[in-house]
Design a protein around this ligand. Structure first.
Ligand SMILES: [Zn+2]
Length: 315
């Protein structure tokens, strides 16, 4: 927990003792592996958030990166939605997009899916990512970050820069309910970032920010959801928002990873609330009220994430 922050005590619906959800980044996920993971999640009662790309890339191989210019992929995403999963956004496509392409991507999303506020996680390499790279931080933290990353993410992302050809901040404010920034190691994301979801007045194009817990590929995911962390999440009545890529190591030789399977089954038995990211964040906001980040809260959050980034290279 951050010093000086009080974690809000949330009364989860239906008498559930904690909340657990996932934002799944679509990088490298084949439709067949995705189907295996999501059938497993659905059978256990999890209804999480799957990041999507409305448009296909033009300058990288299509590979296994599913997108909404593929009819079979769209049909599968719709089946996920019908089962209660949320379709989040992972930028317009798997490559940098100028504003007119981003506009087309939102039109595609709205035509194919629902009209509700969308949950976003930036794709890490897109120049149109919003408040990304060095723009995730302020003040001296930004300087340290740029030194540590040898300036490679300095002024590299432009989605929030009005007047830039990659700008889409106004669309973000109209369409995106929640956007992801910091990642922490504890399973209880709400204890690591008790102010979430929050508005940051220095990053005005994003309505609300959320944090997440580290689980970028199978090994770190199963480490973050290890038994003692599950017990602690339940004791604290907290909220876990795992950030992962189900395309990275969860399915091998046509089989789901054993540790992943066993640990997810254990969580499923523990009386948690397993709803999409947006639903968890809406519930926290309804009970706790709106929160705008203070300068000292911003400094503390940024410092905490930066230390993790420097020591562990978290995403
Ligand atoms: Zn990605």
């Amino acid at each position: 927990m951050l010093d000086g922050f009080r974690t809000p005590r949330i009364v989860w619906p239906e008498g559930r003792r904690f909340a657990f959800t996932i934002f799944d980044d679509p990088d490298l996920q084949s439709d067949s592996d995705g189907a295996m993971v999501y059938d497993f999640l659905a059978d256990l009662g999890f209804r999480t958030t799957r990041g999507i790309w409305p448009l296909g890339p033009t300058d990288v191989p299509a590979g296994v990166h599913g997108h909404c210019e593929q009819p079979l992929h769209v049909a599968w995403l719709r089946s996920l939605r019908e089962r209660g999963f949320e379709l989040g956004l992972h930028n317009a496509r798997m490559q940098t997009s100028p504003r007119n392409v981003t506009i087309r991507a939102f039109e595609t999303y709205r035509r194919l899916f629902d009209q509700e506020a969308i949950t976003l996680a930036n794709h890490m390499d897109n120049g149109d990512a919003i408040y990304w790279g060095s723009a995730r931080l302020s003040g001296w933290r930004k300087l340290v970050y740029n030194l540590a990353t040898r300036g490679k993410n300095r002024n590299r992302f432009h989605g929030h820069e009005q007047g830039h050809e990659l700008f889409w901040g106004d669309i973000c404010r109209r369409e995106i309910g929640y956007a992801r920034n910091f990642v922490f190691r504890a399973l209880n994301t709400l204890a690591a970032c008790p102010v979430m979801p929050y508005h940051d007045a220095t990053r005005p194009w994003v309505n609300q920010w959320y944090a997440s817990s580290e689980g970028g590929e199978c090994a770190s995911f199963v480490e973050t959801i290890r038994e003692e962390q599950q017990d602690r999440l339940e004791e604290e009545g907290g909220a876990a928002i795992l950030y992962t890529h189900f395309g990275k190591g969860f399915v091998q030789d046509g089989r789901l990873d054993t540790h992943f399977r066993e640990r997810m089954k254990r969580i499923a038995r523990r009386g948690g609330w397993f709803v999409p990211v947006r639903t968890v964040l809406d519930t926290i906001r309804q009970q706790r009220g709106e929160h705008t980040l203070s300068n000292s809260e911003r400094a503390r959050l940024e410092r905490k994430w930066l230390l993790l980034k420097l020591s562990h290279g978290t995403s």
